[in-house]
Design a protein around this ligand. Structure first.
Ligand code: 5GP
Ligand code: ZN
Length: 115
């Protein structure tokens, strides 16, 4: 069993409600949704946070791939009226799970600024 909860989800060692998956990324419903639609999109490769992403071609390709799938996943989830993509990085960013992930939230009118 992986020490990292999101690696364990990506490796199917622990169950999750999967929305989308391909070779490089996986998207699943958040355990504690903060909006009617709240999913997490993660690279299967372990990065602790955005601070862990390098400028090497493979990291850039992987993160570009992930971002290119956001609108595909949003469409699958019926977020035709808009959505928010969030990354919490580090302690001040309120990151609680140390595996890079992007929150995709929608199906309600979100406010700004965040808390
Ligand atoms: P963070 O605060 O790191 O940006 O967000 C971590 C998110 O992961 C939280 O929204 C939390 O609800 C979610 N989460 C934590 N543990 C699990 C889990 O085991 N399964 C799922 N599906 N979500 C989780
Ligand atoms: Zn991990």
């Amino acid at each position: 069993m992986s020490d990292c909860i999101f690696c364990a989800i990506a490796e199917k060692e622990i169950p999750s409600n999967i929305v989308y998956e391909d070779e490089e990324i996986i998207c699943f419903h958040d355990l504690s949704p903060q909006a009617p639609v709240h999913v997490l999109i993660i690279p299967k490769k372990h990065f602790t946070s955005l601070d862990d992403v390098s400028e090497c071609a493979s990291d850039k390709e992987l993160l570009g791939h992930l971002l290119s799938k956001v609108h595909v996943i949003a469409e699958m989830l019926g977020l035709e009226n808009g959505y928010r993509l969030v990354n919490n990085c580090g302690e001040d960013g309120y990151q609680t799970v140390p595996h890079l992930h992007f929150h995709l939230l929608g199906k309600r009118k979100l406010t700004w600024p965040p808390g």
